[in-house]
Design a protein around this ligand. Sequence first.
Ligand code: G
Ligand code: G
Ligand code: MN
Ligand code: NA
Length: 256
Amino acid sequence: LELENDLRAAIDGGQLRVHYQPIVPLKSERVTEVEALVRWQHPTQGMISPLDFIPLAEETGLIIPLGLWVLKEACRQAAIWHAQFPIDPPVVISVNLSPRQFQMPDLAEEVERTLQEAGLPARYLKLEITEGTIMLDVEATISTLSRLKAIGIKLAVDDFGTGYSSLAYLKRLPLDVLKIDRSFIKGIAENAEDKAIVQAILLLAKSLNLEVTAEGIENAEQAAMLNSWQCERGQGYYFARPMEADKATALLGRLG
Ligand code: G
Ligand code: G
Ligand code: MN
Ligand code: NA
C-alpha cells in the first residue's frame, strides 16, 4: 500500500522519466526508431525499474494515468526530435501498452488526442502489445487495432513467441511488426533450437507480410546472423542501452 501511494504521488509529482532505447535497421545500423521505457526516480530509493512497479500499476489501475503520461511524454519528445533533426524518414517512437491500457474503451480517442496535442503525425507512433493482451478478447482486439490502424498508427506484437497467440488470429489482425522475444535471440549462435525458432518466426512474418524486430541483440555475431536471415531491425545492448532523453538527443544529432 505504501508503494501504491508512493506511485500515485510519483505520477502526479513528476518523478517518472522516460528512457529511450534505439532500434536500428540491421543493414545500416542507423537509428530510425526508439522504444520509450518508463523509469521511476524515487526520492529515497533511487531509480526503480518498471519490472518493480508496472505489475502494481496494472493491478491497481494506476497504469491508466501512468501509461497516458508515458504516451504523452514520448510523443512530445518525438515531436521535438522531428523539429530538431531533419532526418528522413523521421525517427519513430514505440510505446508499450499494458493489457489494461489496451482495454480502455476510449483508447483510440486518447491516442489521437495525444498525437494532435504533440503535433506528431500518427505514422511516427508505434504501439506495442503482447500476445497475452491480444488473446484477452480477440474480437475486441481486432476492433481496437483496426481503430488505431485507421488513425495511421503502427502496431507491433511485443515479446513474440513467449505467449499463446494463435496463427489464425494473427492473420486477422492489422499488425505491422513482430518483435521476437530476446529469450530466443540469446542462443541463436550456439543453440540449434533457438536458431530454428527464430528462422521459423522470420518465415512466418514474411508470409503474413509483417516486419520483424529482433530484441535483446547483445553481440555482433547475433546482429550479423539476423541480418543474413533478412531480419529487418534489431534492438539490444549491442547497439545501445535505454538512455535518458538528452543522451538520445545527442545520438540522433550525430546522425542528422
Ligand atoms: O526497460 P526495462 O527492460 O526495465 O522494462 C522492463 C519491462 O517493463 C518491459 O517488459 C517493458 O515492456 C515494461 N515497460 C517499460 N516501460 C513501460 C511502459 O511505459 N508501459 C508499460 N506497459 N510497460 C513498460
Ligand atoms: O518487454 P519489452 O520488450 O518492452 O522490454 C524491453 C526491455 O528489454 C527493456 O527493459 C530493456 O532494458 C531490456 N533490454 C533491451 N535490450 C536488451 C538486451 O540486449 N539484453 C537484455 N538482457 N535486456 C534488454
Ligand atoms: Mn517493448
Ligand atoms: Na519485448
